[in-house]
Design a binder for this molecule. Sequence first.
Ligand SMILES: C[S@@+](CC[C@H](N)C(=O)[O-])C[C@H]1O[C@@H](n2cnc3c(N)ncnc32)[C@H](O)[C@@H]1O
Length: 379
Amino acid sequence: MEVQSMKASSKLMEVQKVLHMNGGNGETSYAKNSTSQNKVISMAKPIIKKSVLDMYDTSFPETITIADLGCSSGPNTLLAVSEMINIVDQRCRQLDRSSPEFQVFLNDLPGNDFNSVCQSLPAFHEKLREEKGEKFGPCFVAVVPGSFYGRLFPSNTLHFVHSSSSLHWLSRVPPGLDAKANPPWNKGKIYISKTSPPDVAKAYLTQFQRDFSLFLKSRAEEIVAGGRMVLTFLGRITANPSSEESCYLWELLAQALTDLITEGIVEEEKLDSFNAPFYAPSAEEIKSEIEKNGSFELDCLESMALDWSQDQEKDECDKLTKALGLARAIRAVSESMLQNHFGEEVMDRLYQRFGHLLVATVKGVKHINIIVSMIKRNT
Ligand SMILES: C[S@@+](CC[C@H](N)C(=O)[O-])C[C@H]1O[C@@H](n2cnc3c(N)ncnc32)[C@H](O)[C@@H]1O
């Protein structure tokens, strides 16, 4: 019994081996269900543009080195990078300068569908050639598997770092919440909830602080002085970590799991020993880590609310279609972790139930995204 429980908890500790968005191009893939994250990148474009231009106009590097961290696979993977290249290319034309070379690094965890990413590269290069002509670049693209919570690149080599919709994933489930405890610490829940003891929120905040400070420390070593970093991730506006804006969907997933326990499909102990490696920080919590780190000047920090629904512009899109679209989007990002813990055989049933709960709830679901732009100091 004890050996089994140790195996279960050590399995859970390996978040970085388990977590990946659903690969390929099928119905439940991230590629087919990432419209919402695509909108986040679009909304961040003005900030990306200002940041890229400020960097380029102050240093005119002959080779611009860009890293996109948490690139996943699908239509969003090269979206921000393409935008940055376009911005620099237009600027060069305005100034009648020759194009710099580009070195692009696409990073994600090793379980990411890098095959799909690599297969999309010939079309990416072809498009650049068609749109920008022979005098452009060249642009070199490499994939870098590994965790962004640690060093990924040599010292002082990156001019621009971008990461979208990724830093809300923690490197691990907070200590104490990743094992079977008796009595369970966060009974019947899988993230911070209104009924969680205050220590649960504290453990999540502590893990976020550890992870984000390591992220900043690593990037501070890799980014050149004057280099830039633009990050977007899920966060919250209120100071309260159990507010609905960041907990609502986890609450519904926990409810769906509870319903499967009632049906005898999932064991209660399984639910009590699972917590998500996720944290939606407030603006203050983010600022505090940037200040503590001291290597970056905060250029801007903004919050924006986005409707989770994939088809929010289509009036004719009914509530059921929207809810099922949202359930697929949540499945594309969370299935790898839930499947690892609860088993593949319950996944269809779980996300069906989750979809029905979404239909039954009257409120529209909004999520808060934080955009933060930073400049690497000279020291
Ligand atoms: C929701 S996807 C975002 C993908 C893409 N940037 C976008 O905006 O659509 C989050 C990505 O972050 C990656 N990720 C999570 N933790 C990571 C880590 N510690 N290191 C590198 N990538 C990580 C996940 O594997 C996933 O592909």
